[in-house]
Design a protein around this ligand. Structure first.
Ligand SMILES: [Mg+2]
Length: 403
């Protein structure tokens, strides 16, 4: 695997006029319309932030002052300490032009997405698919039942062979889902004014440089009046999902006893695929791990955090991610004074799970903890979620049977 795109950015197209919504968007750009209790764009930012992205670029033109004001007060920015910047097109440049004018602000790899649509997508899977296919971009594709209303693409399961294949048909077809992983090579195909849909994607497809990834997640375009109505309920509801709580040692990696540093990490069979399965199934993925090695002086909290960052990067390169890691450094028999105590976060106590249930919008009924010890299952039970004991083999197959 190539090194992970740790510094990958997200660029969000915010320049659309929103004419279909009439008076609603006369003075407010579509992405800033209120949905539930916050601007729609904040919902998107909370979603990309949980994948680990912190560097976000908003591409604006229409009402760009409002976008700039939003960037200062965004609640997602505050919650995740996002680096949220605004790039303003000098003239109305179209989607391709908007990206062209932002090229000096973008890294070698980035996710490009529409600011007025929600698509439940696995962003790391898109980045990994682009890298694996050695293409310029990998686009999330939605399979729709009435493709005659849209522009169907020719998709061979890996690459998009023809971006625009207009047809009238009653079969299902794949269409652009509005999210793509891009390499900086895309800038060679852009001009100061132009459309990605009309000019860039068709050429990339023709040259075999546009990959596709079937993405069955929830989709909603707030630019359609009826959809904007239903978005008020449906979009806030997207943040609430079931979770897979992974114990770490003996589940994701071999339990060699007090694994606290990267050199002692040995991934177990299909662990990466299992985490990706949780991601693709629209579940939160958490790690909850006892790390008494800190209390016993074998390694430090800094070591644990470095190990988890390494694990996250490895997972990202495999199209997977962990939404949050929780570890308990305490042990009553510890030799390091500040960690030598009881803790309600140490399994079999449920503190780590309860903490995650409180901080994230988790549906406990749709959640499960995978652990290799009875103390894991006891912690799950005490937290009111299901537990499943993993006893070796493929973690992927195990999880598939469990969820
Ligand atoms: Mg374990």
């Amino acid at each position: 695997m190539t090194s992970p795109p740790l510094n990958a950015q997200v660029a969000i197209l915010c320049g659309g006029l929103g004419t279909r919504l009439g008076a609603l968007t006369a003075s407010v750009p579509k992405p800033l319309l209120p949905v539930g209790d916050m601007p729609f764009l904040d919902h998107l930012l909370f979603e990309v932030a949980r994948f680990g992205f912190r560097d976000i670029l908003l591409l604006a033109h229409f009402q760009s002052e409002a976008v700039q004001r939003f960037a200062e007060i965004s609640s997602a920015r505050a919650a995740f300490d996002l680096n949220l910047r605004v790039c303003i097109e000098p003239q109305r440049a179209g989607t391709g032009g908007a990206l062209y004018h932002a090229q000096n602000l973008l890294a070698d790899e980035f996710i490009l997405m529409n600011g007025d649509t929600w698509l439940g997508a696995n962003y790391h899977a898109l980045l990994a698919h682009r890298a694996a296919t050695n293409t310029v971009a990998a686009m999330a594709l939605r399979e729709v039942a009435e493709p005659d209303r849209y522009n169907v693409v020719d998709f061979d399961g890996r690459l998009i062979r023809n971006f625009r294949r207009s047809r009238v048909s009653t079969e299902t077809g794949f269409i652009n889902g509005g999210v793509a992983a891009c390499s900086a090579k895309i800038f060679q195909y852009l001009s100061p004014k132009g459309s990605l849909e009309d000019e860039v994607w068709p050429i990339l497809a023709e040259q075999g440089l546009l990959a596709g990834l079937s993405t069955p997640g929830f989709f909603l375009d707030i630019g359609i009046p009826a959809a904007f109505e239903s978005a008020q309920i449906d979009i806030p509801a997207q943040h609430r999902r079931g979770a897979v709580f992974f114990d770490r040692d003996g589940v994701l990696n071999a339990d060699h006893g007090h694994v606290g540093t990267v050199d002692r990490l040995e991934w177990l069979k299909d662990a990466e695929r299992a985490v990706r399965l949780a991601n693709d199934a629209n579940r939160y993925a958490f790690v909850v791990t006892n790390q008494a090695g800190v209390a016993k002086g074998y390694y430090t909290e800094g070591d644990v955090n470095a190990l988890h960052a390494h694990m996250q990067a490895h997972l990202n390169a495999n199209g997977a991610h962990i939404d949050a890691f929780r570890y308990c450094p305490y042990h009553v028999d510890g030799t390091v004074a500040e960690y030598a105590r009881e803790s309600d976060h140490r399994k079999p106590k449920p503190g780590m799970i309860l903490d995650l249930l409180q901080k994230w919008q988790v549906d406990p009924m749709q959640s499960v903890l995978i652990g290799d010890k009875d103390s894991d299952l006891a912690a799950a039970e005490a937290a009111g979620i299901r537990g499943a004991k993993f006893e070796g083999g493929s973690l992927y197959e195990f999880l598939r049977a469990v969820i």
